[in-house]
Design a protein around this ligand. Structure first.
Ligand code: ZN
Length: 169
C-alpha cells in the first residue's frame, strides 16, 4: 500500500506563495550540533535534532485552538497555521497541510519497524513529526501532519481576541 506515492510528493499547494521558497535555507542551516545543544532545551534538542517524539497529550498545543501561526522552534520559519489545524484526538497537534509546501521536507522513515514519512523543517532540517494519509478524518487533504508541540511555537494572531465575527480573510 504505497499511500504516499502520489499525493505527498506530487502535491502542489495551489496557494503557495512564490516568496515562501526564498525563506528556505536561511538562518540556522549551518549550525553545529554543539550550537544546537546550547540553544535548545534538552527536550527540544531530543525531538528537533534527534528525531525524538514527545509523549502524547503532554505537549503544549495538542488541544490548542488559538488563531495564529506555528513557527519552527529551532529557526523560526513559519510552518503551519491554525487554519489547517484540526482535532485528531491523537495527543499531538495535527494539521492537514503545511503553511506552504516548500517550508517542510519529507523523508521516508522505516525505523521502528514502521513505514512512515517524516516531516522536517526545510530551513534548518529539524525533525517536526510525521505525516499520515488516508485515515478518514474528512479534512481537505485526508492527511494528518502529526507534529510534536515541542518542535513548534505558536505566534498568536494579533486580532485573535476580537470575538464574534471573523469576516476578513
Ligand atoms: Zn527550522
Amino acid at each position: 500500500m504505497s499511500i504516499f506515492g502520489n499525493s505527498i510528493f506530487g502535491h502542489k499547494a495551489p496557494d503557495t506563495a512564490p516568496e515562501a521558497a526564498s525563506a528556505v535555507g536561511g538562518k540556522g542551516a549551518e549550525k553545529t550540533d554543539a550550537q544546537w545543544r546550547e540553544e535548545l532545551t534538552p527536550g527540544e534538542y531530543h525531538v528537533l535534532r534527534q528525531a525524538g517524539t514527545e509523549r502524547p497529550y503532554t505537549g503544549e498545543y495538542w488541544d490548542t485552538h488559538t488563531a495564529g501561526v506555528y513557527q519552527c522552534r529551532a529557526c523560526g520559519t513559519e510552518l503551519f497555521t491554525s487554519k489547517e489545524k484540526f482535532d485528531s484526538h491523537c495527543g499531538w497537534p495535527s494539521f492537514w497541510a503545511p503553511l506552504a509546501e516548500g517550508n517542510v521536507r519529507y523523508i521516508h522513515d522505516r525505523t521502528l519497524g514502521m513505514d512512515r514519512v517524516e516531516v522536517r523543517c526545510a530551513s534548518c532540517d529539524s525533525h517536526l513529526g510525521h505525516v499520515f494519509e488516508g485515515e478518514g478524518f474528512g479534512t481537505p487533504t485526508d492527511q494528518r501532519y502529526c507534529i510534536n508541540s515541542i518542535s513548534i511555537r505558536l505566534v498568536p494572531q494579533e486580532d485573535a481576541q476580537v470575538s464574534g465575527t471573523e469576516q476578513e480573510n
